[in-house]
Design a binder for this molecule. Structure first.
Ligand code: ATP
Length: 209
């Protein structure tokens, strides 16, 4: 909270399968740059934009987020999206959070890959009415800001860019690395790596006991 202003909250939605240092750098950069009191990590129930993807069970994804954020008192796990029936559209999740934290000033954190696909999301106008987008550049993803502004006039004013280094990390690549026996140390927090090993996540099904 900054003097006299309303409570500033960050929201980082994602599948977190698994959470990695890209997510944590996004959240911490936003926390410091925007003076956020808290960043809510919101694992998605079942995201409509990843329909064919065999998502790990929510219990694992939530536990890994909890492990990843444990050492940062400003980071909080929110089960708001996991504990509601689908379809799990971001716009509805944000409406719920706005009701839960009335008067708060919300920032929705995302990588530039999400911004590049933002027009395909359900009710993007409804989203930017409720939150400011806080965007971190992601390698290989440049959003067409002119096209976005043409489709949603005024979106630029509802967007801030985060000053963070480019981190070429993705959960997809981490799952592949585990599957292929490659290291993930230094790419995810140690507690997340331990959880993945202990629960034998992301192994080819033949190797799961
Ligand atoms: P997957 O590879 O399974 O699609 P992901 O690594 O993109 O997963 P998500 O949980 O889908 O992770 O991402 C949640 C949010 O975090 C998205 O807005 C995404 O753009 C952002 N994000 C993830 N990784 C990075 C990164 N390396 N740099 C910046 N933003 C990131």
């Amino acid at each position: 909270m900054t003097g006299g202003d309303s409570l500033r909250l960050g929201v980082l939605g994602g599948t977190f399968d698994p959470p990695h240092y890209g997510h944590l750098a996004l959240a911490e950069t936003a926390r410091v740059q925007l003076g956020l009191a808290r960043v809510l990590f919101v694992p998605a129930g079942h995201p409509p934009h990843k329909p064919g993807y065999p998502l790990s069970p929510a219990i694992h994804r939530a536990a890994m987020v909890r492990a990843a954020i444990a050492d940062n008192p400003a980071f909080v796990l929110s089960r708001v999206d996991l504990d509601r029936p689908g379809p799990h559209y971001t716009v509805d999740m944000l409406t719920m959070l706005n009701r839960m934290f009335r008067g708060a000033d919300f920032y929705f954190l995302m990588g530039s890959d999400s911004l590049a696909e933002f027009l395909t999301w359900r009710d993007p106008v409804g989203i930017i009415r409720q939150v400011t987008l806080a965007v971190m550049e992601r390698p290989g993803w440049t959003a067409d800001l002119d096209a976005l502004e043409r489709e949603i006039p005024g979106i630029r004013e509802r967007m801030v860019w985060l000053d963070a280094p480019l981190l070429d990390l993705s959960a997809t690549d981490l799952r592949r690395r585990v599957r292929e026996g490659l290291p993930i140390r230094y790419l995810v927090p140690p507690a997340v790596e331990s959880y993945i090993r202990e629960h034998r996540l992301y192994l080819p099904s033949s190797e799961i006991a």
